[in-house]
Each structure stands twice: as C-alpha cells, then as structure tokens.
Design a protein. Structure first.
Length: 410
C-alpha cells in the first residue's frame, strides 16, 4: 500500500498533470509541479508516524493500523473524483496537494503500526528474509502500478488536457488504490490479532513514546537510522522517483519508460529475498554497505550511460541496470530498523526513523534544478543517487549487528 501510493504521482499522474495545470506550463515547471505532488505525499508520512507511532506503542499495533487504513481509504477515494484546471483553476492542483498530504499522513500511520506487528510475530532467525518479503511489496507495487498504467493508457490514450487519459484514465489506478486500502482495513478488522510482544509489555513502561525515543541510547539508534534512511530515500528518488518525469523530458516514450520500470521492479522482487537472506547470514550492516557500493559502481554508471545513449537500443538495458541497485536497500530496511528500538518505542522509532529521513530527499527535483546551474541537468539524478549511496556506506559502518537478538529483549 505504501509504495503503490508513492508511485501514483510519479507514474500515473505524470502523463496527466496537464489536467491540473495551466496550459502555458513549461516542461521544467511541469516536472517541478509533479515533484511537489510527490513531496506532499512524502512529507505526510513523517507527520503520520509522529501522530500514529505513539498510538501504536500505547493503543496497540492493530487498532492503530485500522484507524490509519480507514483514513487512507477515504483520502484515496476522494482523489479519484477530483476535477481539473478547467473546472477549478489552480484550486484543482491545491486540492490534489492537500489530499496527497492527508493520504501520506494516514499511510505513515499504517506502516508505523502494521510492520512492527508483523515483525514481532517473526522468529529472530527469519527476520532478514521476513523483512525482505514484507518489502517485496515495494517492487511488486511498482510492477503492478506500471502494468495498470500500461493497460489504462491503451484504452485511454495520452495527450493534452482534454485527452481520455488526462480526463478519465488516471482515475482507474487511483480507484484500485482505494480498493486496496479498503481491503486492508477489513483484513485487519477481521483476521489480524494484536502483537503478543506488545500485549505482554508493561503498559506503564516509560511514559510518552516520543520522549523516550529522543533520549538516552534510543537517540543514538535514531541517528544511525536517519543516516541509512536518508541514503535509502536519496537512492530511490535519484532513480525510480525521478525516472518517468526526467526521461519523458528527454523524449523517451511512455511505453519504453514503463517497460524499464516494470523489468527493474520484477527483477527487484526476485532479488529481495536473496538480499534478506544475505543480511541474515552476513549481517545487516555489511549488506547495507555492499548495496551502497553497488549503487556507486552500477546504479550511477548505468543511469549516466542511459542518459548518454537515450536514443539507442541500449537504453532499456542501461536504464534497468541503473534502477535495480537503488531498489535493493528496501529489502533490508525493515528488519534493520526494527532491531534498533525496544518494544515500548518500536512503532514510534520505526515509523519516525523510516519516514522522517524522506523529507530532505523528497525535494530532489529542486536539487536537480540547482545542480543544473553547475552541470548538465540531464545528469543531475546521478549526483542524488551517489550521495544516497555514500550515506548507506556511512550508516552501515556505524551500525551494530543485533540480528541474533529476540525483539522483546532489545
């Protein structure tokens, strides 16, 4: 649900942004507007983790997930019926921004509670693989939304603000998101029990979870998580996040863009369990550093060559090579973050540490514009991804290895 929602603006809305913007909007301004929609979603997530994280630690993982899932279902459903610029003027874009913000808040609450619940039911020797299997939802959501968009574009052609896709087509993937959110709500309502580890925890164990999180040894753990999280979000935004808008600007067809994203996503889904198993065997920190090196050696080079040979038959292969390394860190992130925080602040710690580092990287579109003043704008995503890789290497180096410790004893 989290990644399906994140990719809605960068994949589904990218060809339909003309529906929400003035007709005279330039290509660069359109890319910046699209980034702004993405930023609204990203900023909402840390707000959601700050709101729902303490609820997950005090009210319970299951109840918090229900509240958040219901809210995201409503927000996504309302977006499905939004009118465009010709009806509301600039308020159409404002309404989209506001709904994306609220949707991000509720989705931040969802994974803040749901993922700790799942991991607290997982044996320590299986946490690496279990965390990677949870996070196969990332590339699988990317693949799903890409397939849905390809099919939708076939029946609703892309064009100007009056085209079938701009007026109606983009609403179909959003409606599917609404169905998924609603299904998740009823699944938790009817079938998911509360975490036993949380249930056994003394409920008077320290007071306000956020106060406990930002004090003592927890603040040190949060610092490590922030460095790794910043690296993860920078590499994601410097690859998948910017890909559709950036290469559409370079006149790559929507069909080719979707093909690249689909192949990279499915490849990532197949690799995730292997990465999780490697983290369980060799250590999370070692694998995180190795992923950082892979991004520098293959991701950045692949993306640079994709830009260089954008008009050749090699583009698809080079672009896939550029995208895959940036996805791999997400196979490691859930188990890694869960092991940093004790039970009484695990929902708060995981949620805030996962989402707060996303804010600075979410402004990547503006960094790219600034970098364009000192280098060729076409190659600016490589700088974003490379900085993320360096953060992963540093974060992995300073982290501790606690993969063999039970979560209830951390």
């Amino acid at each position: 649900m989290d990644m399906y929602d994140i990719y809605l603006p960068v994949i589904v809305l990218a060809p339909a942004m003309v529906y929400f913007m003035p007709p005279e909007t330039s290509g660069v301004d359109a890319a910046v507007f699209l980034t702004l929609i993405y930023v609204a979603s990203i900023v909402g997530r840390p707000l959601g983790s700050l709101i729902f994280g303490p609820l997950g630690d005090t009210l319970g993982r299951r109840k918090t997930t229900l509240i958040a899932a219901g809210g995201s279902s409503v927000a996504t459903g309302l977006m499905t019926f939004l009118p465009g610029y010709t009806t509301l003027g600039i308020w159409a874009l404002v309404a989209l921004l506001v709904l994306r913000l609220f949707d991000g808040i509720f989705l931040g609450g969802e994974y803040t509670a749901a993922n700790p619940l799942a991991m607290e039911y997982t044996r320590k020797e299986r946490r690496g693989v279990a965390g990677s299997l949870i996070n196969t939802g990332y590339p699988l959501a990317l693949a799903t939304i890409t397939v849905v968009t390809i099919i939708t574009m076939r029946f609703f052609p892309v064009g100007d603000a009056a085209s079938a896709y701009a007026v109606w087509g983009w609403r179909i993937p959003f409606f599917i998101g609404f169905v998924l959110c609603t299904s998740l709500f009823f699944y938790y309502l009817l079938a998911v029990p509360e975490s036993e580890i949380w249930t056994k925890m003394p409920k008077n164990s320290g007071g306000n979870p956020l106060k406990i999180l930002f004090s003592g040894s927890n603040i040190k753990s949060f610092g490590v998580a922030f460095v790794v999280g910043t690296g993860a979000w920078l590499t994601l935004n410097g690859s998948v996040g910017m890909f559709a808008g950036h290469f559409r600007r370079l006149e790559v067809s929507d069909g080719t863009i979707n093909t690249v994203i689909l192949v990279a996503a499915l490849s990532g889904a197949l690799l995730f369990p292997l990465v999780g198993a490697a983290g369980q065997r060799f250590g999370r920190r070692q694998v995180i550093m190795a992923i950082g090196v892979l991004i520098l050696l293959f991701g950045s080079v692949g993306m640079a060559l994709a830009v260089r040979f954008v008009e050749t038959n090699m583009f698809v292969v080079l672009a896939v090579i550029g995208l895959i390394p940036g996805l791999l860190i997400w196979a490691m992130i859930t188990a890694f973050l869960m092991e940093l925080f004790p039970t009484n602040v695990r929902a708060s710690g995981y949620g805030v540490a996962y989402s707060l580092p996303s804010i600075i990287p979410a402004l990547y579109g503006y960094y790219m514009v600034w970098l364009g003043n000192v280098m060729d704008y076409d190659y600016t995503p490589i700088v974003i991804g490379s900085l993320g890789a360096i953060c992963l290497i540093i974060g992995g180096y300073i982290a501790k290895d606690v993969r063999h410790v039970d979560l209830e004893h951390i």
